[in-house]
Design a protein around this ligand. Structure first.
Ligand code: UDP
Length: 408
């Protein structure tokens, strides 16, 4: 294994995660690429050119080159409109044959569709990570969220039938790919994502650095602001907590960290904060780089992840790596990312009352739950992710060599 083409058509790894289309996938692609490069594998990372100032290729780090492909207008295009640009991106990718790749690893369905042509032309196996699927999202739609189109479902079915290997984040995602997409179980492998344990770690100086009082109760939300992530659930729960126990008010701080994504949240968050009368405790903060985010995690009493659907939930792992328990919705990968009762609490449903009760329990059990956080997060390093991924890559390349020999 010497050279891998990593494909992320719809979002550049250089984009700031936590807003727009940039989130966990961007972090995943870069962290995995870094660890592959550390293991001596060269990575070319292909994405769509969205700015006239973006050069055709950027040396990102030792062993990692980011390559911008011309496909459609040289400006950002809404994710929903990108499907139309898949053929142009696929053609541009397949024509990039100045280097030989041992394998292509595509991320999200648009990249999977776009990579199939190159996979055939280069005779390089295709490994695909869905990250999210339309069928899963449509099963658990948030209020005000739009259903994913049939064209995406068909695209994902096509990838499931044609990729040499699908990477699932969890056993639950693997079962979903097999049962809902008809993927062949021999061609699905589970590789857990990771967390950067040096960036995200406990930090007793974090509160002082952020100007927070030592006795503050900090309940944080981190992520893209959209209906699926449900930041409004935390806000409504905070209003219920304050109604139940007004004495919390002077100590409560609720940072909401991230920027709008897709059509944005279905309610205006500043409007909701005003309507709920909690403007004095809520702080709406812009998307933050990991170094600064790490401080907020470490300074928080609890991090809330109220999503309606989550394939994994890197935010939950990052918070736990920083020593902070997580109160998360009992959905999808969050059931793996959080150890119920050990490193956090899982909540059924999204009612403000249930969330207020869970957060109140979380505050009361904070010290005990904190003990379980770092050991749980430590089981998910990016080094372990990369080691498993290299194993999966090797299996798929040797299987395709055997196929070639048998057909020769
Ligand atoms: N993130 C960030 N800055 C922010 C908000 C989020 O860097 O202000 C990052 C966060 O650290 C995490 C990613 O965005 O690595 C979100 O990943 P997750 O799996 O939680 O959600 P996704 O965006 O993939 O749905």
């Amino acid at each position: 294994m010497q050279r891998v083409a990593m494909v992320s058509m719809h979002t550049s790894p250089l984009d700031q995660p936590g807003t727009g289309d940039a989130g966990g996938l961007n972090v995943y692609v870069l962290e995995l690429s870094r660890r592959l490069a550390d293991a001596g594998i060269e990575v070319d990372l292909f994405t769509r050119r969205t700015s006239p100032s973006a050069p055709s290729s950027v040396d990102y780090a030792d062993g990692i080159t980011i390559r911008h492909l011309e496909a459609g207008p040289v400006r950002p295009v809404a994710k929903e409109a990108l499907a139309e640009l898949v053929p142009a991106f696929a053609a541009a990718l397949a024509q990039t044959d100045d280097r030989a790749y041992d394998l292509i690893h595509s991320h999200y369905w648009l990249s999977g569709r776009a990579s199939l042509m190159a996979s055939r032309r280069w005779d390089a196996p295709l490994v695909h990570s869905m990250h999210t699927t339309a069928r899963m999202k449509n099963l658990t739609l948030a209020v005000g969220d739009r259903a994913e189109p049939r064209s995406r479902v068909l695209g994902e079915e096509f990838i499931a039938a044609n990729a040499d290997l699908l990477i699932a984040n969890t056993d639950a995602e693997a079962s979903h790919l097999i049962s809902a997409y008809g993927a062949d179980s021999d061609r699905v492998t589970v590789v857990h994502p990771g967390v950067n344990l040096s960036t995200f770690r406990p930090d007793v100086t974090a509160r002082a650095a952020l100007g927070l009082n030592a006795d503050a109760i900090v309940l944080a939300f981190v992520g893209r602001l959209q209906p699926l992530k449900a930041p409004d659930v935390l806000l409504r729960a905070v209003a219920v907590m304050l109604a139940r126990n007004p004495s919390l008010r002077p100590r409560l701080v609720v940072p909401i960290i991230g920027g709008p994504s897709g059509a944005g949240p279905d309610v205006s968050l500043p409007g909701l904060v005003r309507e709920l009368g909690i403007g004095d405790v809520v702080r709406l903060l812009p998307p933050l780089a990991h170094a600064e985010l790490a401080r907020w995690y470490a300074a928080s009493t609890l991090v809330a992840v109220p999503s309606y659907s989550e394939t994994f939930g890197l935010v939950a792992l990052e918070a736990q790596a920083a020593g902070t328990p997580v109160v998360a919705a009992a959905v999808g990968g969050l059931r793996t990312a959080v150890r119920e009762g050990i490193s956090g609490l899982l909540v059924d449903g999204h009612s403000a009352e249930a969330w207020a009760s869970a957060l109140t329990r979380g505050i009361a059990q904070r010290e005990r739950l904190a003990v379980g956080t770092r050991p749980h997060a430590a089981a998910f390093s990016w080094e372990a992710t990369a080691a498993r991924m290299i194993g999966a890559y090797e299996c798929v390349t040797s299987a395709s060599l055997i196929d070639e020999e048998m057909t020769a």
